[in-house]
Design a protein around this ligand. Structure first.
Ligand code: BV8
Ligand code: ZN
Length: 256
């Protein structure tokens, strides 16, 4: 990340009044939460996440999929927000009209101080019944599984409980997607952080802002399809770049 790029991005942030901060799995990488592109660990090594994150996989083997998600949830519980999460909260504290839109299913934005993130892909912490869709309690007493684990049965209809996330092939929550499109349509800056911009329709959100003339600033160690629409590309990890960006935009502010 060059000093010139940081200064250019800081000018855009300092001039913004209603930014959108759009985040992907890279936002949580420095907290030790694997991104979708990271190799899976242990038992899960032989599985492709995109193959496990589907209704068909859950229907075929509920214990394998439920065990995978419970393992991820326990991993997130052990993780801590990183300085990037705290910098996002600092932006919201400075600019109350900031909207955080996340593809992530961890709770690190909230634990890092962000307020009411728009969740496009749901949450690991909101299981629900696969039959009647009633919210289900988190089975915390069960402890972290080392592999497949039978999902609990719904207390109301006895169908298996499923993770409260959006699987591939499933529609995104209408209200969340509408809120994200609305925020991107009216923002005066879109800061995209830690996303490969390959998963749709979430990947459209930065394009909504760009098409309406809002500048897009990207934080990612590597190029993505969003490079084509970015006003500034900050090549580096979110946990370092975001605090530096906040300090450069508002020298008097704490970067979180
Ligand atoms: C749907 C929850 C239709 C589950 C997830 C149009 C074009 C192409 C394909 C499609 C299309 N429309 C639909 C599709 C199909 C599909 C799709 O997009 N496929 C892709 C993969 C080709 N989309 C869907 O199926 C969606 N549903 O369209 O339904 C429909 C409509 C009506 C009615 C019925 C059906 C649903 C998609 C949601 C899937 N669920 N998550 C779970 O988590 O298990 S998506 C999942 O992937 C995660 O949310 C994750 O966020 C996402 C991966 O994207 P990223 O967040 O970007 O993460 P990734 O690992 O890819 O990249 C990490 C980035 O971070 C990298 O760039 C890396 O360089 C960077 N990085 C690393 N370290 C750092 C860093 N950056 C900063 N700092 C660091 N330290
Ligand atoms: Zn039920």
């Amino acid at each position: 990340m060059s000093a010139g790029d940081l200064a250019a991005a800081a000018r855009l942030l300092a001039a913004a009044t209603r930014p959108v901060v759009f985040t992907g799995a890279g936002m949580s990488a420095e907290s030790g939460v694997p991104t979708f592109r990271d190799a899976q660990v242990g038992l899960w090594q032989r599985f492709d996440p995109a193959q496990l994150a589907t209704p068909a996989a859950f229907h075929a083997d509920p214990a394998l999929v439920w065990g995978w998600y419970e393992g991820r949830r326990h991993g997130v519980r052990r993780a801590a927000p990183n300085p990037g999460h705290r910098a996002v909260a600092a932006i919201q504290a400075r600019l109350p009209d900031t909207v955080v839109v996340t593809q992530n299913v961890d709770d690190l934005h909230e634990r890092g101080g962000a307020v009411a993130p728009v969740r496009l892909h749901g949450s690991l912490f909101a299981p629900r019944c696969s039959g009647c869709a009633r919210p289900a309690p988190l089975p915390d007493a069960a402890g972290e599984p080392a592999g497949p684990l039978d999902p609990p049965a719904c207390a109301h209809c006895a169908a298996p409980v499923r993770p409260g996330v959006v699987w591939f092939g499933e529609a995104l929550p209408e209200a969340a997607l509408a809120a994200a499109v609305e925020a991107a349509s009216r923002c005066d800056l879109l800061l995209t952080v830690g996303t490969s911009a390959l998963v749709h329709p979430a990947a459209e959100i930065p394009l909504v802002a760009a098409r309406l003339g809002a500048p897009v600033v990207q934080v990612n160690p590597v190029p993505t399809p969003l490079d084509a629409v970015c006003a500034v590309n900050l090549r580096g990890p979110a946990g370092e770049v975001l605090p530096a960006l906040v300090r450069a935009a508002w020298p008097d502010a704490s970067a979180g």
